[in-house]
Write a protein that binds this ligand. Structure first.
Ligand code: SF4
Length: 273
């Protein structure tokens, strides 16, 4: 008997932005190599995970240099699996882009080690949780970290600061909170979006705090029901024309998408839009 399929917060976020992109990735199974920003995020998470896993028992952080090395190793593994470059990045030269991203990641991992890591005593790290649902798909997620103060946290890297609404409405954080409730019987005391932001001039940390409770879980369940209906229908509409994510930079399917006209594709190839 085949395993029951699942949805994840990542899938729910993708289908909310563009059902057609979801169809190509999860129905057709087309895998597009990650962009350089995603490789940075992967490396950053490896650095944090490496530290927090051992901290559950040791109660002591690894040194900033050790966390940085783990992050860079994770980044290099991600790069070795293949990267999608934008037209602009191809113009800069792949080696230059990879090198600059590696330096940025090292700086961000160092910031994580100095500013973020000391704030957390983890209880669970990269904890997979499956919530069995009555519909055709379960909900599967991996909690970054749940700590001894009852907080669930999503660590991010970014080029600019986030808005409070990004934390309040985060499907990822809502899913993590639902997972904690499923595991412990109680929703987390706090949900956090903890971001290291790098710009050409400075590197900084931004913490956005919120709470997710029963009202959010009902809304998430309604979203899952709607997504199940959409998948069942087989009709996957495209993103809104002009949406920020419907561009060569943010969508790996852009150059082959049947919903983007050929002139826009050619223009994007020339201008890297
Ligand atoms: S190019 Fe636009 S419409 Fe096509 S899959 Fe990507 S986001 Fe969706």
């Amino acid at each position: 008997m085949s395993a029951k399929p699942h949805l994840s917060p990542t899938q729910l976020e993708m289908i909310a932005k563009c059902p057609e992109a979801y169809r190509r990735r999860y129905v057709e199974g087309e895998k597009i190599p990650p962009g350089i920003a995603m490789a940075i995020g992967s490396g950053f998470h490896v650095g944090a995970e490496t530290n927090f896993r051992q901290k559950i028992e040791s109660y002591v952080d690894l040194t900033p240099r050790q966390i940085e090395e783990a992050a860079v190793a994770g980044y290099e593994t991600s790069i070795a699996g293949g990267i999608s470059f934008t037209t602009d990045e191809v113009g800069q030269g792949a080696a230059n882009v990879i090198g600059a991203a590696k330096r940025d990641l090292a700086d961000m991992a160092f910031e994580h080690a100095k500013k973020q890591a000391p704030d957390y005593q983890p209880v669970m790290v990269e904890q997979p949780v499956k919530i069995e649902l009555p519909g055709p798909r379960d909900l599967l997620m991996v909690i970054d970290i749940f700590d001894d103060q009852g907080r669930v946290t999503d660590f991010k890297t970014a080029r600019k600061s986030k808005k409070q609404a990004d934390a309040d409405t985060s499907i990822q954080l809502t899913g993590y909170a639902a997972a904690v409730k499923a595991l412990t019987g109680e929703a987390p005391a706090e949900s956090r979006l903890d971001t290291v932001i790098i710009s050409p001039k400075k590197i900084s940390r931004q913490v956005l705090s919120t709470q997710h409770g029963d009202g959010d879980f009902v809304a998430l369940a309604n979203r899952i029901n709607a997504v199940n209906g959409l998948i069942q229908s087989g009709n996957f509409p495209p993103a809104s024309p002009g949406a920020w994510n419907c561009s060569q930079k943010w969508c790996g399917f852009f150059s082959t998408c049947r919903f983007v006209n050929s002139e826009r594709k050619s223009l994007a190839e020339r201008n890297d839009q």
